[in-house]
Design a protein around this ligand. Structure first.
Ligand code: HXC
Ligand code: NAP
Length: 293
């Protein structure tokens, strides 16, 4: 008899697969690291010795990220930055470089998202999500790479994606399209910038619930079933697991991995067949009435 046991749970918080001090003397710049997965990623780099730079818009998020990193005894700088604005990104890199030196690693984690049926989406709603998620990611990568080109130093970029880059994302047309662009960008930039020592990879989380999720995203999740049993792993991801994957991808042990997108989702996105559960429209899922223009 085969028992349903799911994939084993993650090791406890604080465990590490990489040698202690792997990131000693290194500077890691993480966008959106005041909340959720960005914070979890920054914490794992910090545990391994990195100095952390957190860039995002909201002072309360910057403060929360700072506290989380300082609690680990690591050095941290926070800088206010809207990644839609290239000048603000340049200024943030100036602050990082003056404080700690040119960042060795860039984690493009910041993104924007909310559920909305495509026919209800305003042009500005589409533009906003694409601008933050796709354009912002490129602007940060560009700034990082240009500075390394001029300095003649190597660096590593990780772009955080989403699996609906491959499948499409009903209810999330803007974010899914933007994340498809982010994944594609990884492949282009890795080839263009490899000769100059810049490694570029993607990192895709599956379902990683956390307390900082926006009300929109939490509300969307609440409308669906229990989270564990709908995953082949029989469990959701633990944010630290994404952090471990990120610290591996940018480490000396992964230098020959570039242009790759690593999916950390317990095989959830491959779970589809010709006889999926009955179709429920996005409007019905969201409790919206008929489209009235
Ligand atoms: C429909 C919406 C909306 C909503 C905003 N808009 N929220 N439309 N439904 N729930 C529309 C607004 O009406 C406006 O269009 C346009 O979007 C811009 O809204 P603003 O509030 O002016 O934008 P801004 O202040 O720049 O804020 C950006 C934001 C906000 C994306 C709207 O939610 C934000 O700051 N999010 C950051 C955090 C985040 O999104 N995290 C999620 C990452 S999770 P009009 O036409 O009225 O001007 C993720 C994957 C999760 O990506 C996977 C799921 C499991
Ligand atoms: P989150 O907690 O909402 O984090 C998003 C972060 O992005 C926030 O800290 C926010 O900070 C920052 N941000 C948003 N717009 C910005 C802007 N214009 N400029 C600078 N920073 C901005 O979401 P999360 O769940 O941790 O998601 C992190 C990443 O994982 C995202 O790329 C997301 O798409 C991806 N992802 C998450 C899941 C999941 O299950 N959680 C699943 C798939 C993919 P400010 O508000 O302070 O600017």
């Amino acid at each position: 008899m085969s028992e349903i046991i799911g994939l084993p749970d993650a090791p406890e918080m604080g465990a590490a697969a990489l040698p202690a001090g792997t990131y000693d003397g290194q500077v890691v710049f993480v966008t959106g690291a005041g909340t959720g997965l960005g914070k979890a990623i920054a914490q794992e780099f910090a545990r391994l010795g990195a100095k952390i730079v957190i860039a995002s818009r909201k002072p309360e998020h910057l403060e929360a990220g700072k506290e989380a990193i300082e609690a680990l005894g690591a050095e941290v700088l926070t800088v206010s930055c809207d990644i839609r604005e290239p000048e603000q990104i340049a200024a943030a890199f100036d602050v990082a470089t003056e404080g700690f030196g040119l960042p060795d690693v860039l984690v493009n984690n910041a993104a924007a998202n909310f559920p909305v049926p495509a026919e209800d989406m305003s042009p500005n709603a589409w533009r906003t999500v694409v601008d933050i998620t796709l354009n912002g990611t490129f602007f940060c990568a560009r700034e990082f790479a240009r500075r390394h080109f001029l300095a003649g130093t190597p660096g590593s970029i990780i772009n955080v994606g989403a699996s609906y880059a491959w499948t499409g994302g009903p209810g999330f047309a803007h974010s899914a399209a933007a994340k498809a662009g982010v994944k594609n960008m990884v492949e282009t930039l890795a080839v263009e910038w490899g000769p100059y020592g810049i490694q570029v990879n993607g990192l895709v989380p599956g379902l990683f619930p956390h307390e900082d999720m926006t009300a929109d995203i939490q509300g969307n999740l609440k409308r669906t079933n229990d989270k564990d049993v709908v995953q082949p792993a029989m469990r959701v991801g633990r944010p630290r697991e994404l952090g471990w994957a990120a610290t591996f991808l940018a480490s000396p042990y992964a230098r020959f991995i570039s242009g790759h997108t690593l999916v950390v989702d317990g095989a959830n996105w491959q779970r589809r067949s010709l006889t999926n559960p009955p179709v429920v429209t996005v409007r019905d899922q969201m409790g919206k009435g008929p489209f009235e223009g």
